[in-house]
Design a protein around this ligand. Structure first.
Ligand code: IPM
Ligand code: MG
Length: 356
């Protein structure tokens, strides 16, 4: 098969980890007889430097004309002082909206090999951590009206958190369908004791649940969910929630697995084209030092093979190679523990390629 992949190299450690993911994809292409064509689509800080725009139209067009998009991570202190509309994050939000990627899937999984890395007590971790956060990605406070104005001599700012029924419905379907392929339990997280948008959220999710009689639905307030995630994460299978709650809870979810450098994510809309990225940031403090962990990026490429290209054998091959590298005791510095062999970013990428 021939696939055209848009590549957003990103900022900070982005280019380093992307290079390793591309080597892995090239190894897969060679082994399974595919052709992968890559086109760069600058976004974030790189695009601000080159085009004074965090998402130039040409980059959005490249992404829209591709079979799928791979992204490392964008942003860094260098662009902290640019106006809001020009910030790297704006590029990412415009890309999500421009590609209509309303469903963000963030798995939280404890790698057997990395149990010690979880900050939770063994008695909690031993019950297992294996759930998915399904985060609504192009609605809520991120995309409602933002306004800052001076009223009666002081500044006043607002961000409107709004949802329409169809926006809730479509993300609920994604959550139930995700659960059907897993342990068949959806926990919908909201703040329905306070917010109107959450009351509507709860009502619509409950209605959509009627079409999935094989899946159990429960509801939880977001503050309680934040607590339950550290108290007993084993209770969760699929968490579905709105954009801002999902942003916060998915960081918490990744932390408890102890392997933020290893977790991939996907953002999907109605078609098969998606945006795949590791959940970690651009880590500008270690950029250029060959110490970054490329695994989250490599597993994002595997997710792309599986979900956008329907190449499950190929995705399995990548995931198995990552597993073998970890089982053989290879670690980047973020995941180092006693008795393991420390590798740099490039060496980790090469080891995984060799194991495919
Ligand atoms: C994420 C990030 C983004 C978000 C930022 C960079 C805009 O935190 O992907 O979770 O808030 O969605
Ligand atoms: Mg976030």
């Amino acid at each position: 098969m021939t696939k055209n992949i848009a590549i957003i190299r990103g900022d900070g450690i982005g280019p380093e980890i992307m290079a390793e993911a591309i080597s892995v994809l090239n190894r897969i292409a060679e082994k399974f007889g595919h052709t992968f064509n890559y086109t760069e689509a600058p976004m974030g800080g790189e695009a601000i430097d080159k085009f004074e725009d965090p998402l130039p139209q040409s980059s959005l067009d490249t992404c829209l004309n591709s079979d799928s998009v791979l992204l490392s991570a964008v942003g860094g202190p260098k662009w902290d002082s640019v106006p809001k509309e020009k910030r790297p994050e704006r590029g990412l939000l415009r890309l999500r909206a421009g590609m209509e990627l309303y469903a963000n899937i963030r798995p939280a999984q404890l790698f057997d090999e990395l149990r010690d890395a979880s900050p939770l007590k063994p008695s909690i971790v031993d019950k297992g951590i294996d759930f998915v956060v399904v985060r609504e990605l192009i609605g809520g406070a991120y995309f409602g009206e933002h306004r800052t104005e001076k009223l009666d001599g002081e500044y006043y700012a607002q961000d409107i958190m709004a949802y329409s029924e169809h926006e809730i419905e479509r993300i609920a379907h994604v959550a139930f369908q995700t659960a059907q392929k897993r342990r068949k339990a959806v926990c919908s997280v909201d703040k329905a004791n306070v917010l109107d948008s959450s009351k509507l959220w709860r009502k619509v999710v409950t209605k959509v649940a009627e079409s999935y009689p094989d899946v159990t639905l429960s509801h939880m307030y977001v503050d309680n969910c934040a607590m339950q995630l550290v108290k007993d994460p084993s209770q969760f299978d699929v968490i579905v929630t709105e954009n801002l709650f999902g942003d916060i809870l998915s960081d918490e979810a990744s932390m408890i697995t102890g392997s933020i450098g290893m977790i991939p994510s996907s953002s999907l809309g109605d078609g098969t084209r998606g945006l795949y990225e590791p959940i970690h940031g651009s880590a500008p403090d270690i950029a250029g030092t060959d110490t970054a962990n490329p695994i989250g990026m490599i597993l994002s490429a595997a997710m792309m093979l599986r979900y956008s290209f329907d190449m499950s054998k190929e995705a399995d091959a990548v995931e198995k190679a990552v597993d073998s590298a970890l089982k053989a005791g290879f670690r980047t510095v973020d995941a180092m523990s006693e008795g393991k062999t420390r590798l740099g970013c490039r060496a980790m990428g090469k080891t995984i390629c060799d194991m495919i």
